[in-house]
Ligand binder design. Structure first.
Ligand SMILES: CC(C)(COP(=O)(O)OP(=O)(O)OC[C@H]1O[C@@H](n2cnc3c(N)ncnc32)[C@H](O)[C@@H]1OP(=O)(O)O)[C@@H](O)C(=O)NCCC(=O)NCCS
Length: 155
């Protein structure tokens, strides 16, 4: 793997460690992320606190990981460091992903989230609608289960 890609993985992992609540088991390991990055059609997008891509080597405030296959883009992960939330960075990442998908001629964008994730409001604002549900997909530390809901945006 080239050094620039390793650097992006380091910056995304620094966000991963602070952004995801360990109760839900949503965070990926470094191994999972670097394996995903080896796959063609996988894209990692970083954003700095100001909403633009971070300079080389500078820390990032958020990231989105996606894959594009046969006209479908899937948002695999999106995360913003807690201290930079509610200032539009998550929306910027999502808008950039949707704009890129349109530019590439994709037909739809998909994502999956646990049913109680407040990110729902963000997705709804962008026009995503629920299209599927995996029952009891997440097992919680207290033994309860949560569904995963699939959302789609038709471009
Ligand atoms: C989802 C996430 C990326 C949003 O980032 P952000 O930079 O705060 O996004 P924006 O500022 O563009 O939009 C925030 C809006 O999204 C919704 N929202 C998203 N996540 C939320 C959260 N954890 N708590 C409350 N509202 C949330 C609200 O409607 C919020 O509006 P508000 O700022 O007026 O309250 C961020 O909350 C995060 O990293 N969450 C943890 C990781 C995660 O669950 N990712 C999604 C599943 S992969």
């Amino acid at each position: 793997m080239i050094a620039a890609q390793e650097d992006d993985i380091d910056r995304a992992m620094a966000i991963m460690e602070s952004a995801f609540d360990s109760r839900w088991g949503e965070a990926w390991t470094r191994r999972q992320l670097s394996d995903a990055m080896m796959m063609p059609h996988t894209a990692l997008q970083l954003v700095a606190a100001g909403g633009t891509p971070p300079a080389d080597g500078a820390p990032a405030a958020g990231f989105a990981l996606s894959k594009s296959i046969a006209g479908e883009v899937e948002l695999l992960l999106i995360a913003v460091r807690p201290e930079y939330r509610h200032s539009g960075l998550g929306g910027t990442l999502l808008d950039d992903l949707i704009a890129q998908a349109r530019e590439d001629g994709a037909e739809s964008v998909f994502l999956e989230m646990r049913e109680n994730n407040p990110a729902l409001a963000l997705y709804r604002q962008r026009g995503f609608a629920p299209v599927g549900r995996r029952k009891a997909y997440y097992r919680l530390p207290d033994g309860k289960f949560l569904d995963a809901v699939t959302f789609a945006l038709t471009l």
